[in-house]
Each structure stands twice: as structure tokens, then as C-alpha cells.
Ligand binder design. Structure first.
Ligand SMILES: [Zn+2]
Ligand SMILES: [Zn+2]
Length: 189
């Protein structure tokens, strides 16, 4: 499933983003274990979207949003985000948010290092229980972003962008030779 114009592709079952390069290995392994034919179909379907982020350097260059007015149903949705009140930083671990406050906002934990527990929510400067999502589970691209859990993203809101690279143009031309109706859909996997 393509995540709008983010350039990311998500596995609907695993609920996180995968790179086109990983399609083959991702769908070969459990829990998917799909046949080589189907993997080939998924891969060629992905090639029809020249704007997809293809490798790690692409993730690094892509600006991860800090908040969105909707959520992606194809990504895991968390309701336990911890949000910085001074900037848009958001994470899900108390250790992470206190590190952020210390490093970015010169905050000193009045209780000393590592003494924060969830029962002390009112003593801390950040906001709890913030709905959030992330594209990838590891860096780069694992930053969380705030979402609106009331409004699911509809894929119809955006369409794939035009390619600028020569190689991508070639892929796009190939894609145009297929009729719309005969395309297998990534949604089926
Ligand atoms: Zn998966
Ligand atoms: Zn901050």
C-alpha cells in the first residue's frame, strides 16, 4: 500500500514501511511466505510508482512530518506518545523524551537521572497519551509523528508524483503499457 505522496510503501499486515529493495526478502519470510510469482507481482506493482523512496539515502532525504491531520490505517497507531511542549518532538519512551528535554531544552529532571516513572505524569513538562505513528522501525525514518486518530487517510487524496530520474522514467513508461484494470493491487497483500 502506497502511503499517499510520502513516497513510502507500507506492508498492510506488518503495519510498517518497507523499501522496494526489501520487498523480495520481506514477503519471502514469515509471516507472509508468499510464492515467488506473487513476490514478483508485488515488486512490479511497486515499480509503477516512480516516486517511491527506494533506499536508505532516500529515507534520509525525506522529511518526516512532525504532525498530520489524519492517520495512516496501514501503519501501526499508538496512543501513548509523549510530546514536547516546546517543539514538535514526539516519542514513546520516558527515557527518550527526558533525554530530548535535557539535550534540546536544557531541562533538568528535578528528581535526578532516571527517576521518572509513569505515575509522575504531572511533574513532567511533556504531554502524554498523544496519538502517533512512525514509518520505519529503525533509523533512519523511525521518528514518530503526531496524527489525528479520528480521520483515516484516504489513498485517493494524493497520486504518485512524476519521476525525474531517467531510470524511473523508463519504469514509468513500462507501467503505462499496462492497462489500469489489469493491474494487481498491493492492497491484496
Ligand atoms: Zn509484512
Ligand atoms: Zn522539544
Amino acid at each position: 500500500m502506497i502511503l499517499g505522496d510520502t513516497g513510502f510503501l507500507a506492508c498492510r499486515e506488518c503495519k510498517y514501511s518497507i523499501l522496494p529493495l526489501s520487498i523480495e526478502s520481506h514477503f519471502r519470510r514469515t509471516p507472509h511466505s508468499v510464492s515467488p510469482e506473487i513476490r514478483g507481482e508485488i515488486l512490479s506493482e511497486a515499480k509503477k510508482y516512480p516516486s517511491l523512496v527506494r533506499d536508505i539515502s532516500g529515507i534520509k532525504e525525506t522529511e518526516i512530518p512532525s504532525s498530520l491531520p489524519f492517520f495512516f490505517p496501514d501503519l501501526a497507531l499508538y496512543s501513548d506518545g509523549l510530546a514536547c511542549q516546546d517543539c514538535l518532538y514526539i516519542t514513546r519512551s520516558t527515557r527518550g523524551i527526558s533525554k530530548h528535554y535535557r539535550e534540546s531544552h536544557d531541562w533538568e529532571n528535578p528528581r535526578g537521572k532516571g527517576r521518572i516513572s509513569k505515575t509522575l505524569k504531572t511533574d513532567v513538562p511533556w504531554k502524554s497519551d498523544i496519538p502517533c505513528q512512525q514509518f520505519f522501525r529503525s533509523t533512519p525514518g523511525k521518528s514518530y509523528f503526531r496524527v489525528n486518530p479520528e480521520r483515516p487517510f484516504s489513498g485517493r487524496e494524493t497520486r504518485p508524483r512524476r519521476a525525474s530520474l531517467t531510470e524511473d522514467n523508463k519504469i514509468e513508461e513500462e507501467a503505462e503499457n499496462h492497462s489500469e484494470s489489469s493491474r494487481p493491487s498491493l492492497r491484496d497483500f
